[in-house]
Write a new protein. Structure first.
Length: 353
């Protein structure tokens, strides 16, 4: 029996699973998928849960039913690579593996800022995004919201809340001189103007000193607010950070060209957990998952795997509410309705694949 265990049913894990199931597998291959939720959650849309513009069922998808797959919906407490087993909150449950795929994503990086972990809301998991959505939805008229971080997540969260709650006072704290520092200047200017037109206060060159229950202190100035949302950085899941493998400066596991850990080639790592030249995204994790599936199929058939081809990313899309957006598509900066429609199309495909 060859036991294949996939940790995480996100964009990468589901592509690994689909790639394996699309082929005729030997009867001695047993696949187990482990996830904390009994459904696939579409993380790129969590901002809409936080803003209250989407219902839960709009951003989740059922796992594929297949007799060759066993699903386990539990919270992992340890990845024991020495004993080749996975431990859980329930001590009676232990999953052993011969081949392991790790795609359990990332979590907030609070950079050691006092009070941020205790008092800031998050959009990094399905449950945290729901918690944030309740906090926003329960605000009284003219409540104050501070979003810390003006990368893609912060922009989408702030703009979606503006569309959802036009009565709220929204503040976006940006560490740099421009929002979306990874994007083209055309997109940066467009988004800045969108926030001006929609009365979202953007504060550049921010240095958050600490976060309290009812406020944020930035560059010596303390802003009173009702809800603080953290989108100012992520790091690999703590389970990955504890693994005894070589990691890069961001604590991501260093892998070879086959996404294998050099110290343990039977362990594969992808997405937010794997060191890469590309910025983390659902698209990147999905492409990596497809390639890992091809490698695994060869390994499981006792064949030498082919070198994966260089990845070709199609671009990055972002939303400014439900009818406006931005993105780099085939290296071309676009703004307005077209990239927003493209993002909707990507979501449609994700839900049906």
């Amino acid at each position: 029996m060859k036991k294949v265990v996939i940790l995480g049913g996100g964009y990468g894990g589901i592509k690994v699973l689909a790639g394996l199931l699309n082929q005729s597998l030997s009867e001695d291959i047993h696949i187990t998928v482990v996830d904390r939720n009994p459904f696939r959650s579409l993380k790129t849309e969590f901002y809409s849960i936080a803003a209250g513009t989407s219902a839960d069922h709009d951003v989740r998808v059922e796992f594929p039913e297949d007799s060759r797959v066993n699903y386990l919906f539990q919270e992992i407490t340890k990845i024991d690579v020495e004993q080749k087993r996975i431990l859980f909150n329930d001590p009676d449950i232990i999953v052993e593996y011969d081949y392991l795929v790790i795609g359990i994503g990332c979590e907030d990086n609070f950079h050691g800022i006092p009070g941020a972990k205790e008092h800031a809301e998050s959009v990094q998991t399905f449950s945290k995004a729901r918690h944030t959505g309740v906090a926003i939805g329960n605000l009284k008229a003219y409540g104050k919201v501070s979003v810390i971080g003006a990368g893609l997540s912060g922009i989408e969260v702030a703009s979606e809340i503006r569309e959802s709650r036009p009565d709220l006072n929204i503040r976006l704290l940006d560490r740099g001189a421009n929002v979306l520092k990874a994007f083209d200047s055309k997109i940066q200017d467009y988004v800045e103007q969108w926030f001006i037109k929609n009365d979202v206060d953007v504060i550049h060159h921010s240095t958050v000193e600490y976060v309290e229950k009812d406020g944020v202190c930035n560059n010596g100035v303390c802003y009173l607010n009702d809800v603080t949302i953290w989108t100012a950085g992520v790091q690999p899941n703590w389970l990955v950070r504890q693994l005894p493998f070589k990691k890069d400066i961001q604590d991501k596991v260093i892998v070879n060209d086959f996404y294998q850990v050099p110290e343990d080639p039977n362990v594969y790592v992808l997405g937010d957990c794997a060191s890469s030249e590309y910025s983390p995204s659902g698209q990147l994790a999905g492409l990596q998952g497809e390639q890992i599936a091809e490698v695994l199929l060869s390994v499981l058939a006792d064949k030498e795997p082919k070198q994966p081809k260089p990845l070709k990313l199609k671009g990055t899309l972002g939303s400014l509410g439900k009818s406006d957006g931005f993105g780099n598509m085939v290296k071309t900066p676009l703004t307005g309705l077209l990239p927003r429609l493209a993002k909707t199309g990507v979501l449609w495909l994700s839900k049906r694949h």
